[in-house]
Structures are given as structure tokens and as C-alpha cells.
Design a protein around this ligand. Structure first.
Ligand code: PLP
Length: 209
């Protein structure tokens, strides 16, 4: 997640270079910080250089069932890219199943919107709980504010940290090294659980770190 000013610098750069930005907006529903846009199209000039990927996974809990959408503006390559994308989708993809489409539709109903909001607020509270606990333990971390995940520095190999949490605390997380070589030494915790279980996990983590 970038601030408007940071994104604007990228948009200007891409327009100067004739490059395309692929913007991952998976966490847009979690954005709360003022000055952090939920869509790259809030930035002037983005329609000439950006493609946005949106997902129901984090917004409406579709992580297992899967549904998303892509915004390809008509301004890109004079409309050629939007046509290419439509062609690709219609020839290489059999389409989102009907039941998932109805679920996605329901997520936009008044009831769906308020339930999603309630859910996201609960996850945000969990993220804050984790974040505060890490602060208390003096562990460097980021995320959890505009995202449902907390990225922390483990002070050891990612997989050693994983084993330690698993075997000593019975808590599971994601080793940062799985995200690429720069993720080595880091770890990802998720806020996707109940408040009670999150609090319990934190208590256990505190005991072994
Ligand atoms: C979960 C996630 C996605 C995945 O979206 P899907 O629609 O489930 O494939 C993309 N980007 C980020 C950063 C995510 O955390």
C-alpha cells in the first residue's frame, strides 16, 4: 500500500517510460489510513498506465472459493490492451461458476456490505492486538494497518522460526522466505481468526519468544 504521493511518482514514471503498472488491490477493504488510496485510479494519469487486480478473497472471505476481477482501462494502448484481455479471458478461462457469481453479487447487497464490514472490523481488531503485542515484545513489524497480515522480523531463519512457533507454541504462520529471497528472516502472521483465538496465540507466542 502506497500513499497518493508515492503512487503518483510511480504513475508519472510509468507514463514517462511507456511502462504498465499492475496494481494489486487485494487489501482495498482494509485501507484505513488517510492519504492511502484504495484504487490506483484515484491517481491522475493512472488510466494511461495501470491495470488493477481486485479480489473478493480478503474483502468477503472468498479465499477458498475464489473470485476476482481486473480493471483494464480503455486508455491503455488506445484500447488494445482491454481488447486483448477480454479475448484472453473469453478463450482461456471457462468463467467463474454460477454459485460464486451469486455469492459475489450477495457481497454487494446492503446486508452483504454490512456483514463484510463487520468482519473486516473484527480482523482489524485482531491485527491491532498482534501489532500491540509485538510492540510490547520489541519485535520489528509492519502491516496490519492497511492489511490483514503482520510482517515481522524473526531474528533467525524463517523456517527455524516457523518450527519454533509450531513445536513450542502450537501456532502456525507463514515463513517469509516463501515470498522470495528478501523475505528470509521474516515471518507473516494472519489476523483471520476469532479474537479469542488470536489472543490465545499471542499469549503462547509471548511465552516462547
Ligand atoms: C490474498 C492476496 C491475493 C490473492 O487474491 P486471490 O483472489 O485469492 O487470488 C493477492 N494479493 C495479495 C497481496 C493477497 O494477500
Amino acid at each position: 500500500m502506497f500513499t497518493s504521493a508515492q503512487l503518483k511518482a510511480w504513475v508519472d514514471y510509468a507514463n514517462d517510460m511507456g511502462a504498465v503498472i499492475i496494481f494489486d488491490a487485494a487489501y482495498e477493504a482494509f485501507v484505513t489510513q488517510p492519504g492511502v488510496p484504495r484504487s490506483i485510479f484515484a491517481i491522475e494519469g493512472a488510466r494511461n498506465c495501470a491495470i488493477e487486480l481486485c479480489s473478493f478473497s480478503k474483502t468477503a472471505g472468498f479465499t477458498g472459493t475464489r473470485c476476482g476481477y481486473t480493471v483494464v482501462p480503455d486508455e491503455l494502448l488506445g484500447g488494445k490492451l482491454a481488447k486483448m484481455w477480454a479475448r484472453r479471458q473469453s478463450t482461456k478461462f471457462n468463467g467463474t461458476s454460477y454459485i460464486q457469481q451469486r455469492m459475489a453479487e450477495a457481497a454487494y447487497s446492503d446486508e452483504g456490505i454490512s456483514q463484510c464490514r463487520e468482519n473486516i472490523d473484527a480482523y482489524r481488531k485482531n491485527a491491532k492486538l498482534i501489532s500491540d503485542a509485538l510492540d510490547e515484545m520489541g519485535i520489528y513489524h509492519t502491516g496490519g494497518v492497511n492489511s490483514p497480515y503482520i510482517w515481522l522480523k524473526c531474528g533467525m531463519d524463517s523456517w527455524d522460526f516457523f518450527d519454533r512457533l509450531l513445536t513450542q507454541a502450537n501456532v502456525v504462520g507463514t515463513p517469509g522466505s516463501g515470498f522470495g529471497k528478501n523475505g528470509e528472516g521474516f515471518f507473516r502472521l494472519t489476523a483471520f481468526n476469532t479474537y479469542e483465538k488470536t489472543a490465545e496465540a499471542i499469549e503462547r507466542i509471548k511465552k516462547v519468544l
